[in-house]
Design a protein around this ligand. Structure first.
Ligand code: ZN
Ligand code: ZN
Length: 284
């Protein structure tokens, strides 16, 4: 890869509210280390699975953005609600932004390509207002299917409400330590997991397919992101519900989907087939 770093445009405005929230979350995540107990740790792990595993990987990403499988409406809404618990924005923002990423991957107009700098791809694009200025495009061009649902539009406007409710429940249940682990540490960790997919898996890792962009596969990131680390596979086959295409490519979301399919909760699952010639080819 030969990333060409371009300067950040002077029209980009910093969003100080977002920056303040991120600083507080990181401070809370550090404070959480002084309140460790196995109980709060496992609550944070369970919430990470619910928010990133179900909300982002199975919901916002593989269902709402790429429609790689079908499920009942109540489940679509439940997954989107879990997605908001990551504080990565509402379904309209997430889906629209991610579809733009696929449409313009590592080309001008990609909201978070590392070609504009690795830090821009990781967190820079989040703290600038630029992405939020194209909301009109999200509705009319990139996510009209999401805009048709009143619940998604409500959730997009009030995406932070489920997290506030969860925070209050955690405070009442286990006090400050439970809040610090269940919200601050867990959300901060989840944000960096997602951001690493945007930054690192477009820079480091192996490339099985020529997807026309810089996307890579990363085993390590796939472990923490419920299979999202198989990013080169995904860019080459965006509508495939399965991202880890080879048997050794551990993809927890795919295993979860097989279970959900077996009990009849999801159907019409789209899966890319990896032919033997591609499998035998040495990764670049
Ligand atoms: Zn990507
Ligand atoms: Zn995608």
């Amino acid at each position: 890869m030969s990333p060409k770093t371009v300067p950040i445009s002077p029209e980009r405005r910093l969003n100080w509210f977002t920056i303040a929230v991120l600083i507080l979350l990181h401070a809370g995540a550090i404070a959480a280390l002084f309140f460790f107990s196995w109980k709060v740790f496992f609550v944070a792990v369970a919430l990470h699975w619910i928010a990133v595993g179900f909300g982002i990987s199975l919901g916002y990403h593989r269902l709402h953005t790429h429609q790689s499988y079908q499920c009942p409406l109540w489940m679509q809404y439940a997954l989107a609600t879990c997605g908001t618990l990551t504080l990565e924005g509402g379904p309209m923002f997430w889906v629209g932004n991610h579809r733009i990423h696929h449409a313009k991957s590592d080309k001008p107009g990609d909201p978070h390509t590392p070609r504009e700098g690795i830090m821009w791809a990781h967190v820079g694009w989040v703290v600038y207002d630029e992405c939020r200025d194209i909301t009109h495009d999200y509705t009319t061009k990139y996510a009209p299917d999401i805009a048709r649902h009143k619940y998604y539009m409500w959730l997009n406007r009030w995406h932070w409400v489920p997290s506030v409710i969860l925070g209050l429940i955690l405070l009442a249940w286990g006090g400050i330590p439970m809040f610090l682990w269940g919200i601050c540490f867990r959300v901060t960790f989840g944000l960096h997991c997602t951001w690493l997919i945007n930054s690192l898996t477009h820079v480091m890792g192996t490339q099985r397919f020529d997807a026309g962009d810089d996307s890579r596969n990363s085993f390590l990131l796939a472990l923490f992101t419920f299979g999202e680390g198989w990013h080169n596979n995904h860019h080459a086959h965006p509508t495939s519900a399965r991202h880890g295409l080879a048997w050794w490519e551990f993809d927890i979301s795919w295993i979860t989907m097989k279970l959900l399919h077996a009990v009849g909760l999801i159907k019409h699952v789209r899966v890319a087939k990896l032919d033997q010639a591609v499998l035998n080819r040495k990764a670049a």
